[in-house]
Design a protein around this ligand. Structure first.
Ligand code: ZN
Length: 277
């Protein structure tokens, strides 16, 4: 599943090809993905200039004068820049046709989404899918100290496990299932720990881990940017090596202890019993 770094790398990959370009047409090959798609945009956005791209959480945002398109990649979606008039394959659901290229959304499992936020509705942050999102951990000028204090303040009354708090994305976005396990390992926090039992000092370590691990993933993903051109169908996703994620039963790289696998709220968590208290 694409997590925040993959979505940001996707944005970086497509932006130079589509920003400031004229949208000639949008071809919707289905009525819906996870939700109905705004098919009226085929007409309403014809000959409009894509002003800029942005990202909020895992939503990619294409900004036009009349409003913004929100794209979510769901479980299996990806975007590619292609030449024009390339035949669509089975899972190619939407083509954004620009003057010089096509931005194609492919999504075999169809958990993705294409949504519309008209300019008349005000700030994009007001969109129902965005307004309850937590803070962007890599927001410009946002220090680990800021992030640590925010998490500490917002969890003082909450006994829910820190892993589930992170996954919910209501305090801080971008720490999906893989990165939650990795960040908690780096911060030496057991994923089962109640959020209100973690002090500010340990949240400082967690905040530093979140910022450095996400930034590193985006940096590493940058090496795949060239793959956004072409048709290999795997663009934008990158294999990484993890300290604990998906390593159940293997030896911890730090202490040689065994990595344990548990379920929390239906999701897998991985941690080292020795390193994470
Ligand atoms: Zn260990």
């Amino acid at each position: 599943m694409p997590e925040l770094p993959e979505v940001e790398v996707t944005r970086l990959g497509i932006a130079p090809h589509v920003e400031a370009q004229i949208l000639e047409n949008i071809i919707f090959r289905r009525a819906d993905l996870r939700w109905p798609m705004p098919r009226h945009l085929s007409l309403d956005l014809r000959r409009q200039v894509l002003l800029s791209t942005a990202r909020r959480g895992k939503y990619l945002i294409l900004q036009f004068e009349k409003g913004s398109i929100l794209i979510h990649l769901g479980m299996s979606g990806h975007l590619q820049i292609l030449g024009k008039n390339l035949a669509a394959q089975k899972h190619d659901h939407v083509d954004f046709v620009f003057t010089h290229c096509v931005l194609r959304l492919t999504d075999p499992r169809r958990f993705g989404a294409v949504l519309w936020h008209p300019a008349d509705d005000g700030e994009i942050e007001n969109h129902p899918m965005l307004r309850n999102l937590g803070v962007e951990p890599l927001r410009e000028g946002y220090s680990a100290e800021h992030l640590a204090k925010l998490i500490y303040e917002k969890t003082r009354q909450r006994s829910t496990s820190i892993k589930q708090i992170l996954l919910a994305g209501e305090i801080v976005v971008g720490v999906g299932n893989i990165y939650a396990s990795e960040c908690l390992f780096q911060a030496k926090i057991n994923p089962k720990t109640g959020a209100n039992r973690i002090g500010l000092e340990r949240y400082r370590a967690l905040a530093r881990a979140i910022q450095s691990i996400l930034a590193e993933a985006i940096k590493r993903g940058g090496s795949t940017l060239k793959d956004f051109l072409g048709a290999d169908g795997k663009a934008g996703y990158f294999q990484q090596s993890y300290f604990v994620y998906d390593r159940a039963g293997q030896a911890c790289y730090v202490c040689q202890g065994t990595i344990r696998h548990i379920k929390q709220g239906q999701r897998a968590s991985f941690y080292c019993v020795n390193c994470q208290k």
